[in-house]
Write a protein that binds this ligand. Structure first.
Ligand code: AHG
Ligand code: MN
Ligand code: MN
Length: 337
């Protein structure tokens, strides 16, 4: 007997079959994203050659400004999704305003929000980077999509996922029926199911935080970190190992598979935290919950927060349920919230 090989296309169709009223538009939207991901993956693996060869194999004309990978990823996501008739509007971390969809190609009923390139400080040093996305149904009734369509609560997501460009390229997504991971076979050019039904392990191994900023943390966050390190005298535990790459997607992905917590807390110099609610926190909160984990801003479930503006920042604690709940406890006890 041979094991079945399941491509992402086939998996998406099979998931959609569970909804007899589905039209296939949603499946096609997920393929569009997978295709954009392949193009970004291709450029990502040759990012070091851009100076020499230019983007997509173009010879670099002297003096020509080369496009940065985050702008290239942004343009690719927009280009691959603008003209499909499936979307009403988009929003990107790299664009100040909502991205309208050209009306002549038809306005669809879905909304796409994304961080085209996460971990951009790692591009030049060859460390894993990613793309994060979320899909909503539009709320507005007709015409071009609106800002309100892009400012929905995580509870209303119909799908979310991320792509990690690492030692291999993976796409991990959920439509609310578990979390599934696919690895890109670069020879064949297909994402193949490699991690069906991902669940966070019960036991955690890692904590991920930028400890360089410890002096700016609150008392609660500091004490929570000591607890993770096994230094809490009243509640000693085996210390977790520290891992922090500076790419949220990479740190999140590791903790999803191995167990652990990522946090980017509020800091004295960044009272709102650093990460973006719409493009980073909400989509990953959806994924983590589907895998049995939890995401919080330190007090509330991220999925219950109504975004007020496109580029709003939020403190984020995301990973194993037990650890994120513990962070909330420390914050409520020591930070008077
Ligand atoms: P982006 O590259 O999309 O701007 O996101 C960077 C984010 C996140 O990926 C990462 O975990 C965090 O910023 C790193 O910030 P610090 O360098 O302050 O730790
Ligand atoms: Mn990011
Ligand atoms: Mn980004």
């Amino acid at each position: 007997m041979h094991d079945q090989i399941i491509t992402i296309e086939r998996h998406i169709v099979e998931q959609e079959r569970r909804y007899p009223q589905a039209t296939g538009v949603f499946s096609n939207l997920l393929y569009d994203i997978a295709l954009a991901a392949k193009i970004i993956a291709y450029e990502t693996t040759r990012a070091g050659l851009v100076e020499i060869l230019g983007l997509a194999g173009r010879i670099n004309v002297q003096g020509e400004q080369q496009m940065k990978l985050d702008l290239f990823a942004n343009e690719t996501m927009i280009r691959m999704n603008s003209y499909t008739g499936r979307l009403a509007v988009m929003a990107s971390e790299e664009e100040e305003d909502i991205i309208p969809v050209p009306e002549e190609y038809g306005i669809g009923k879905y909304v796409l929000v994304f961080d085209p390139l996460d971990g951009s400080s790692n591009v030049d040093v060859n460390v894993s980077i990613g793309t994060i996305f979320g899909v909503y149904r539009r709320k507005s009734k007709q015409g071009p999509g609106t800002l309100e369509d892009c400012l929905q609560m995580g509870r209303d997501l119909v799908a979310a996922g991320y792509i990690i460009y690492g030692s291999s390229t993976m796409m991990v997504y959920s439509t609310g029926q578990g979390v599934h991971g696919f690895t890109l076979d670069p020879g064949v050019g297909e994402f193949l199911l490699s991690h069906p039904d991902i669940r966070m392990p019960e036991r955690s191994k890692y904590y991920s935080v930028n400890q360089g900023y410890e002096q700016y943390w609150s008392e609660g966050v500091r004490r929570f970190t000591w607890w993770l390190q096994g230094m809490d005298r009243e509640d000693p535990r085996k210390p977790l190992s520290g891992r922090y790459s500076g790419s949220l997607v990479a740190d999140f992905h590791r903790n999803l598979l191995e167990g652990g917590i990522y946090y980017y807390p509020a800091e004295a110099t960044k009272p709102e935290g650093k990460l973006r609610l719409v493009y980073e926190a909400i989509p990953l909160a959806f994924i983590v919950e589907q895998a049995g984990g939890y995401a919080s801003d330190g007090q509330r479930n991220i999925l219950d927060i109504q975004p007020k503006s496109l580029h709003q920042r939020i403190p984020l604690f995301i990973g194993n349920l037990e650890l994120v709940k513990k962070a909330e406890e420390f914050i409520s006890e020591y930070d008077g919230q």
